[in-house]
Ligand binder design. Sequence first.
Ligand code: F6R
Length: 261
Amino acid sequence: MEVVIVPDAAAGGELIAEAVAALLRRTPDALLGVATGSTPLPVYQALAAKVRSGAVDVSRARVCQLDEYVGLPAGHPESYRSVVLREVVAPLGLSPDAFLGPDGTGEDVLAACEAYEAALAAAGGVDLQLLGIGTDGHIGFNEPCSSLASRTRIKTLTEQTRVDNARFFGGDIEAVPHHVITQGIGTILDARHLVLLATGEGKAEAVARTVEGPVAAIVPASALQLHPHATVVVDEAAASGLELAPYFRATRAAKPSWQGL
Ligand code: F6R
């Protein structure tokens, strides 16, 4: 995998937004897998700025969700459908029809998982999947010990993830659902390009285990080591646990300019 160390979150957002823009110039109807949470917001802001300046045309772009809470009522502001509509679809000026996501509101969660896998396949698969990482190493909501071959299914959040996400629910951990639908690790690995962004010291240990540790279900993000085109973009703080940081910096400095992410 390629590891790129950037000075800060804004630089990471700009770098990834440019990679997305380059993809859309090559493939105007690309399917972009979008993560939620705080980390990817600089990417969406940088991409929206490129749309406003005319640097990229997103009129045919499509987006799809990585995961969704189970049991929040339709239209809840913290459902990931609402978040993606608010943070990605609206600022980019995409049609809500260009958007795919699992239904976390229905009774039949199993059917919703199967339907989402089928919808992703029918859409031709994900071209670029943007990922954040949990402090426990999760990607999507594949918590530690998720099968590395898993497909879209229901998962139970760890206490740590519910504590981490309580900030989106007014600090009330009881308001954070216990269950989620998430693309499985196998589903995520089907995307043609994986781009993981991690910022802040709180992610440093998870990043080090992901990049330099063994591939193991206890660190779900370590499955990126199995993907032929995986890029990990980290700010200085998130890179602080990487032993190979000097090598990653030297590789980046020597990288030919024609070679994108
Ligand atoms: C959410 C998702 C999660 C987050 C992770 C980090 O769609 O995929 O894996 O990326 O929980 O969240 P933040 O960025 O808020 O630290």
